[in-house]
Design a binder for this molecule. Sequence first.
Ligand SMILES: CC(C)=CCC/C(C)=C/CC/C(C)=C/CC/C(C)=C/[C@@H]1[C@@H](COP(=O)(O)OP(=O)(O)O)[C@]1(C)CC/C=C(\C)CC/C=C(\C)CCC=C(C)C
Ligand SMILES: Nc1ncnc2c1ncn2[C@@H]1O[C@H](COP(=O)(O)OP(=O)(O)OP(=O)(O)O)[C@@H](O)[C@H]1O
Ligand SMILES: [Mn+2]
Length: 310
Amino acid sequence: MLQLPKRPQPPKMLVSVEESYERCRQITQKYSKTFYLGTLLMPSEKRRAIWAIYVWCRRTDELVDGPQAKYTTPETLQQWQDHLQCLFKGNPIDDEDVALVDTLQRFPVEIKPFEDMIAGQHMDLHRNRYETFEDLKLYCYRVAGTVGLMSNAVLGVEKQPSIGPWNKQLENYIPKEEAIALGIANQLTNILRDVGEDAQRGRIYLPLEDLDRFNYTETDLFKGVIDDRWRELMAFQIRRARQYYKDAERGIRILSRDSRWPVWAALMLYQGILDVIEANDYDVFNQRAFVRTPKKMVYLPIAWLRAQVL
Ligand SMILES: CC(C)=CCC/C(C)=C/CC/C(C)=C/CC/C(C)=C/[C@@H]1[C@@H](COP(=O)(O)OP(=O)(O)O)[C@]1(C)CC/C=C(\C)CC/C=C(\C)CCC=C(C)C
Ligand SMILES: Nc1ncnc2c1ncn2[C@@H]1O[C@H](COP(=O)(O)OP(=O)(O)OP(=O)(O)O)[C@@H](O)[C@H]1O
Ligand SMILES: [Mn+2]
């Protein structure tokens, strides 16, 4: 369902805008319980726009992470880049595009974050190790920080009151850094949750400089060794991810009022995965860390309160 057309296709009838949004809703619901739940807390025009963006991101991710990933080459990514150009010119190519083209008209956004995400997929194609955290941070910006920038256009900002001529800049402040920070925090969480799964594919996203610092080797990682070196290494990574969540938090109060609850909810639900990793004694090799549905329901009113008062 999420594959690209193999060859340029003759023009075909595409589904209606409504039908396309409905498909995007279904795909979001199927692939991400957390973000889908977050979108249910939004007004409907914003919610469907996020579904359309989600589907484009998911399709991009599937090119290097999905079942057909072994057939993906730099040329495939170039084709996807050309496909993107068409969308920004207002020309949908397949049924899922129809909703995104509509979204881009309602919520104009730059093409750059979309292009940067494709560059992130190039990184996945060419490398399976990251020497330093700086290297990894660039990857995280590209595959996830960019989602923050795309989402910002839909979430919108509340006009900030002007306190005086000296803070004119604040009046038009767009919380880009904070949106990127939330994307990076999510991606770091995702990496910690998926260490075992990624190792099975020969991939290590944890910076090698950090493995060294805690005297933990690649061989240990491939064997799934859980000892004090591993626990300290993971505790360090979790502290770092939490710092990015903290940095993101101050951006939420700048967003439109009707976007604050969904973003707080998505932030708390995804951050909750870190607590589960700790509760599992850092075993990310033999069990998947996820937040159970009753716990998710507990987060929602707390997120609502934060959206009102913070
Ligand atoms: C409710 C809400 C606001 C949602 C935004 C939803 C959205 C557009 C999500 C797209 C996510 C996506 C498919 C990205 C593709 C790359 C990828 C897979 C990234 C990982 C996501 C986790 O997904 P999942 O758990 O399903 O991963 P698996 O494939 O199962 O392994 C990521 C970790 C990145 C997601 C990044 C974000 C959602 C960015 C968040 C930032 C904002 C919404 C900006 C908020 C604004 C301020 C000012 C703080
Ligand atoms: N709330 C839950 N209750 C029971 N099992 C769950 C729950 N969340 C996840 N799982 C299990 O973990 C698998 C995948 O988890 P994952 O967290 O990636 O789900 P997801 O739909 O991608 O949501 P998310 O957006 O949180 O990543 C599910 O197929 C299921 O087996
Ligand atoms: Mn998932």
